[in-house]
Design a protein around this ligand. Structure first.
Ligand SMILES: Cc1ncc(COP(=O)(O)O)c(C=O)c1O
Length: 384
């Protein structure tokens, strides 16, 4: 694409989608979980090194299932970053639990372990960590905290499929982990997600929860003659058509990650100098993390300069966008949750962060984006 507008995201097709969808249709078995789902789940289990994984309709569904698996109950507290998508909090609120919002680390924008520690009370049951921009949160510090205080640790790894920290994959650290395959994510089925369960004690119940509260998994394994209602549950099952699409994406996850990383690195190389000159900050993932190139953002010095750069790029047909409205200051966040400690970094990121277009196939349009940013910097220098 060399003219016209440059969107923020664009779904990348690997070319295998129609073939696998055709296989699913030809099999005549469209309800899940079938062969296509089983394929995806094996790939995810292998990638994460987890004992159990299920593809589910969304990361939101996986987060909701995690809240049930942890037996969250009214009045329980769950510590989480305020700088996250609504689903992280909404999932625990559905169980009557109270999200306790804490600030994020200024470098990674992931939950700050010290702020999390300060937020733990006698009512705290879990920490939900988010891997923002695919950069895995400080899971060592959070796991130490969780162990010391007897808490569960859940990974909201919506953005982190294919990322690692200290060589360990995102999704391998938590009691459970939740991935998103929404259309804005690196690997997608339009809508979609996965629940990974790392605690073997929760595996059997996860299978029941996913399949309308029944032990149909046991039935399909030939362990019982008929299946029946066993526990809480819902239909968190994905059609084989959707699973077939996802399969085509998962098979190419490494290539997608490599392409996105090279675009990410292209931005970093071109924008290091203006960052050094103080126009903005660029991401600086810690050396122990290997991210998946999900997001490249600029952190402007103030809200006015973000607006100015955003408008400058929009005039050139380039879509650049902020990230989250912090949960501690959103209407439902105020109603259902509570902040703990200052929110300085979260509020600053909400006002000043601008994401740049990043998708496989961006190609020469990346230079249009970079030129737009550099041109804006030059204009600021002249005005100063
Ligand atoms: C951090 C985080 N959590 C959860 C979600 C929800 O994912 P889904 O749309 O698959 O439910 C998102 C989606 O953007 C996200 O970024």
């Amino acid at each position: 694409m060399n003219s016209g507008s440059v969107p923020l995201n664009r779904v990348h097709l690997t070319g295998d989608e129609l073939r696998h969808i055709g296989e699913a249709i030809a099999s005549g078995a469209l309800s899940g979980p079938g062969a296509q789902s089983a394929y995806c789940e094996a790939v995810i289990r292998r990638a994460v090194g987890a004992p159990w994984a299920a593809i589910v309709p969304s990361c939101t569904a996986a987060l909701e299932m995690s809240a049930v698996l942890l037996d969250l109950a009214p009045g329980d507290e769950v510590v989480m970053p305020s700088f996250t998508f609504v689903s992280t909090a909404a999932a625990v609120v559905l169980r009557g639990a109270v999200p306790i919002f804490v600030d994020v680390d200024p470098v990674t924008l992931n939950i700050c372990p010290e702020a999390a520690a300060a937020a733990v009370t006698a009512r705290t049951r879990a920490i939900f960590a988010v891997h923002y921009a695919g950069v895995v949160a400080d899971m060592d510090a959070l796991a130490r905290l969780a162990r010391a205080r007897g808490l569960a640790l859940v990974e909201d790894a919506a953005q982190a499929y294919g990322s690692t920290r200290g060589g360990r994959p995102a999704g391998s650290f938590g009691t459970t982990a939740c991935f998103s395959f929404h259309g804005t994510k690196n690997v997608t089925s339009g809508e979609g997600g996965a629940l990974v369960v790392n605690d073997p004690a929760l595996v059997e119940r996860a299978g029941i929860l996913r399949d309308r509260g029944t032990d149909r998994e046991r039935f399909l394994r030939g362990q019982v003659n008929a299946y029946s209602w066993q526990d809480l549950g819902s239909s968190q099952i994905v059609s084989e058509i959707t699973a077939a699409f996802l399969r085509a994406q998962l098979d190419h996850a490494d290539a997608i990650r490599a392409d996105r990383l090279s675009i990410w690195q292209g931005y970093a190389a071109a924008l290091t100098e203006p960052a050094r000159q103080g126009h903005f900050r660029i991401p600086a993932p810690p050396p122990e993390t290997e991210h998946n190139g999900h997001i490249f953002f600029l952190m402007l010095p103030d809200a006015r300069s973000r607006l100015s750069l955003g408008e400058h790029l929009a005039r050139r047909g380039i879509v650049a966008a902020p990230q989250y409205v912090p949960l501690h200051s959103s209407p439902a966040g105020r109603r259902f949750g509570r902040p703990s400690g200052p929110m300085t970094v979260t509020d600053h990121a909400a006002d000043c962060l601008l994401r740049l277009p990043l998708w496989v196939g961006l190609g020469g349009d990346q230079n249009r984006v970079i030129d737009g940013v550099l041109d804006w910097c030059a204009g600021r220098r002249e005005a100063a």
